[in-house]
Ligand binder design. Structure first.
Ligand SMILES: Cc1cc2nc3c(=O)[nH]c(=O)nc-3n(C[C@H](O)[C@H](O)[C@H](O)COP(=O)(O)OP(=O)(O)OC[C@H]3O[C@@H](n4cnc5c(N)ncnc54)[C@H](O)[C@@H]3O)c2cc1C
Length: 458
């Protein structure tokens, strides 16, 4: 039981609001991106600044409240919230500041990638993010961060230069290669296990306009398309990124009516090289075989980042399973094609994201992200607006994943896992897990930060 006095004093010391069950804002504030998640926290502290974060964290600790940290709220497993505990909600801390001379951007711990792209694009620059602009910078970065710029610039963590962190004991530290290097290493992929990141500092790259968009092929061409993609993307120049997908064509522009609701396969491309060399670089794609639909065109990088926002608004029912893949065998491709043909809903999909190129040129022990030799992150995504369809989308995702798992590298990308237990968390970090557990023991020995893909203190 929380005393009214202690709650009143907490409210008086914060700049941001405290939201409780019964408050008008509660039902909206407790929602996360995945409509399948239905958590009811005891308190939501919507922090306005670092001082609020320190105060709220101390309150949670003193009152033995289970504490969750919410960045963008996108985590499919619902790790940005909890039942009966305290949610430290960073969604008011969305500031950005670009330093064009130093080519860096400083970003508040609750910003979304849309906020960052908006700020950096004005300077003709970008940093590696994901593929949907409403995703939080916090969770995506702390788990690794892959997207359209992975092959060219590496993962988001490969571009993180430093961060401000509030630790479990309430101390505030700045981390980087020279300051608390052990903690800095751990947050490069180790998730929200080590503290609350109140600000991130990223390196920027001169990327403004890109040649991007999907090329789609018929499903009966999927085996050849996947085999061709496998060879192409593992040898292509870093300037070309493209993730493979099975999808149902949405019944809306810019897709032509004859393709509406058709199951197809395709690749979503992003070319970041010189504009006058695009045709030369992209020729092999069109030479493989003319796509049924080719929407690749020059566009601002933020337009690519927001391309799928309309298709995937907040509130859909999400269930996904992932794995790292090093070698995509012909046998695995056959199985992919079988399940790609059985997509259970319009929003359901399978993505194979390339994680080679620049992301391969970082050592396995240089960051907490261990699978540097893997070529792909495979994610099988069962999504639908209607909860009544959950049994169907979940069953498809689980069965598809189970059949593909023997072809995987053994672990999964933590940001694309549900709540799958300790064994899967350890498999995700592999040989880096013991070192992560040591860092956890040093900075969070009581495991205060445990609403995450949890690393237990050694
Ligand atoms: C539609 C969609 C698209 C996606 N696309 C991509 C993609 O292209 N590339 C990719 O790599 N991933 C992608 N993801 C996965 C995404 O990276 C994870 O879901 C990630 O956890 C989201 O971060 P968030 O801050 O929005 O989530 P939240 O639910 O707010 O938080 C997730 C976890 O991170 C912790 N956390 C968040 N912010 C902080 C912080 N500032 N300090 C400490 N801990 C923090 C939370 O405590 C929690 O454990 C996508 C997810 C969805 C649903």
């Amino acid at each position: 039981m929380l005393s009214q006095g202690s709650l009143d004093s907490l409210k008086a010391s914060l700049r941001g609001p405290i939201i409780e069950p019964g408050d008008a804002a509660y039902e909206t504030a407790r929602k996360v991106y995945n409509g399948m998640i239905d958590r009811r926290p005891r308190l939501i502290a919507r922090c306005a600044d670092v001082s609020d974060v320190i105060t709220a964290l101390r309150f949670g600790r003193e009152n033995s409240l289970l504490t969750a940290v919410r960045g963008g709220g996108h985590n499919a497993g619902g790790l940005g919230s909890c039942d009966d505990g305290l949610v430290i909600d960073l969604s008011l801390m969305r500031y950005t500041r670009v330093d064009p001379a130093a080519r860096t951007v400083r970003v508040g711990g609750g910003a979304t990638w849309g906020d960052v792209d908006h700020a950096t694009h004005a300077f003709g620059m970008a940093t590696p993010s994901g593929i949907i602009s409403t995703t939080g910078v916090g969770g995506l970065t702390l788990g690794g961060g892959l997207g359209h710029l992975t092959r060219k610039c590496g993962l988001s963590i490969d571009n993180l230069l430093g961060a401000d962190v509030v630790l479990a004991d309430g101390r505030f530290v700045t981390v980087g290669p020279e300051e608390h290097p052990d903690l800095f290493w751990a947050i490069l992929g180790g998730g929200g296990n080590f503290g609350i990141v109140t600000s991130f500092l990223f390196r920027l790259h001169p990327i403004g306009t890109v040649h991007a968009g999907p090329t789609l092929w018929e499903l009966d061409e999927a085996t050849e398309a996947m085999q061709w993609y496998r060879e192409f993307i593992t040898t292509a120049p870093d300037d070309i990124n493209g993730f493979f997908a099975f999808l149902t064509v949405p019944p809306a522009p810019p897709f032509p009516e004859p393709l509406h609701m058709k199951k197809m396969c395709g690749v979503v491309w992003c070319y970041t090289g010189p504009a006058d060399r695009f045709e030369e670089h992209f020729n092999p794609v069109r030479r493989f075989r003319p796509p049924a639909l080719d929407l690749v065109a020059p566009m601002p990088y933020p337009a690519l980042q927001g391309m799928f926002d309309g298709l995937y608004p907040p509130g859909l029912q999400w269930y996904w399973n992932a794995d790292f893949v090093t070698d995509l065998s012909d046998e695995a491709i056959d199985r992919h094609v079988q399940y790609g043909d059985q997509l259970p809903s319009v929003h359901s999909t399978m993505h194979l994201y390339p994680i080679n190129g620049a992301a391969h040129r970082v050592g396995k022990q240089d960051t907490a992200w261990s699978f540097r030799e893997a070529n792909f992150v495979q994610v099988i995504v069962g999504v639908d607006p209607d909860p009544a369809n959950n049994p169907r989308t979940i069953a498809w995702s689980k069965e598809y994943w189970r059949r593909m798992h023997p072809n995987s590298a053994g672990g999964a990308y933590v940001n694309m896992m549900m709540d799958e237990g300790q064994e899967r968390v350890q498999a995700a970090y592999r040989d880096n897990y013991p070192r992560l557990a040591q860092v956890k023991a040093k900075y969070d020995p009581g495991n205060l930060f445990r609403v995450n893909q949890n690393i237990k203190p050694a």
